[in-house]
Write a protein that binds this ligand. Structure first.
Ligand SMILES: Nc1ncnc2c1ncn2[C@@H]1O[C@H](COP(=O)(O)OP(=O)(O)O)[C@@H](O)[C@H]1O
Ligand SMILES: [Mg+2]
Length: 314
């Protein structure tokens, strides 16, 4: 559905996208993940046919984004980072206006506008001025617009930015419901979002692809950071005792209130020392009020990969 080969984009001599290549198969939800300034929006704008690349080949649904940008736009529902909604229009009026630009007429127009308003839960505000809508509603109107012409591919630039947790969940559920008929590429700087929603994650940083894999495989790859937390009421020997457990590399103690202390155990990759900790606590007569393991998250993966990246040359 998307084939990007050696894409670069220069802004006034500065490399915003730096030799990026990736492919997206139909039916996938792919998360484009990276900090602000990583090059996500630039890449997406190029993919949607709204900006030419400096070099490289980009094909969407079999069409070259540069030579066949009209065909590309027909295949893509693009939601820009700041959606250019006409705030003096009413929701339904806006969607009809957008539908007209996309070639919808008559019965098709009525059907489709009704469908996308339902799908994006904006039917109840269809007569409201866009200017008076909350951010969550505006975001959903923008999504309805992107869906109007029934494109097989959705390119959504930070679709949940500025939304509250409830709205984020609604958007996430909506996107899930669009699979597998739609292929979705969405950008975010929120790691949890890709963990919960995406089949695949493309991490980008300084315009380059750092990693491209499933969330599970990415976190499995990072095998250095398993930690176990416990809160105990124990003697001063606790740290030394915990350090004798097989698999524990390091114990850091942080005081907590009321005689409790909190210990963070850095544990060898692939080891689970929680049972041994329980037994030790029982043997020593410690009171134990918390014990849990923290597996590496995508955030850890990102931090490690970004730190390992060679210094920028441009
Ligand atoms: N229109 C532009 N003109 C000049 N520089 C830009 C423009 N748009 C983005 N940039 C720069 O390109 C880099 C990538 O930006 P962007 O693609 O918006 O990243 P992201 O969406 O990941 O935050 C940043 O350094 C940004 O400042
Ligand atoms: Mg952006």
């Amino acid at each position: 559905m998307i084939a990007v080969h050696d894409l670069t984009k220069l802004y006034a001599g500065r490399m915003a996208v730096n030799h990026v290549s990736f492919q997206v198969e139909p039916g996938q939800i792919v998360g484009f993940l990276g900090p602000n300034g990583a090059g996500k929006s630039t890449t997406m704008r190029i993919l949607a046919g709204y900006m030419p690349p400096t070099s490289g080949h980009v094909a969407v649904n079999g069409h070259d984004v540069f030579r066949e940008s009209l065909a590309v736009r027909r295949s893509v529902g693009y939601m820009p980072e700041t959606a250019p909604l006409y705030t003096d229009m009413r929701v339904k009026e806006y969607l009809r206006f957008r539908g007209e630009l996309k070639g919808l007429r008559g019965r098709d127009m009525r059907r489709r506008v009704g469908e996308v308003m339902e799908l994006c839960s904006v039917t109840d505000v269809r007569r409201r001025l866009i200017a008076n809508l909350s951010k969550g509603y505006r975001q959903r109107v923008a999504l309805a617009d992107a869906l109007l012409h029934e494109p097989p591919l959705l390119i959504l630039d930070e679709p949940t930015s500025g939304l509250d947790p409830v709205q984020i969940r609604q958007v996430r559920e909506l996107l899930r419901s669009l699979r597998p008929a739609h292929t979705i590429l969405l950008s975010t700087h929120i790691l949890q979002e890709v963990e919960n929603l995406c089949d695949r994650v493309i991490m980008i940083h300084h315009g380059r692809v750092l990693a491209d894999d499933t969330p599970e495989r990415l976190t499995a790859r990072l095998r250095t950071l398993t930690e176990v937390y416990l809160e105990v009421r124990a003697g001063t020997q606790a740290v030394a005792d915990l350090e004798t457990l097989a698999g524990v590399r390091k114990v850091v103690e942080e005081p907590a209130e009321g005689g409790w202390s909190r210990h963070v155990l850095r544990v060898e990759p692939g080891r689970d020392v929680r049972e041994d900790v329980m037994m030790l606590a029982r043997e020593r007569g410690w009171e134990l009020r918390e014990l849990h393991r923290r597996l590496p998250s995508l955030e850890d993966v990102f931090i490690e990969l970004a730190a390992a990246e060679p210094a920028r040359t441009v």
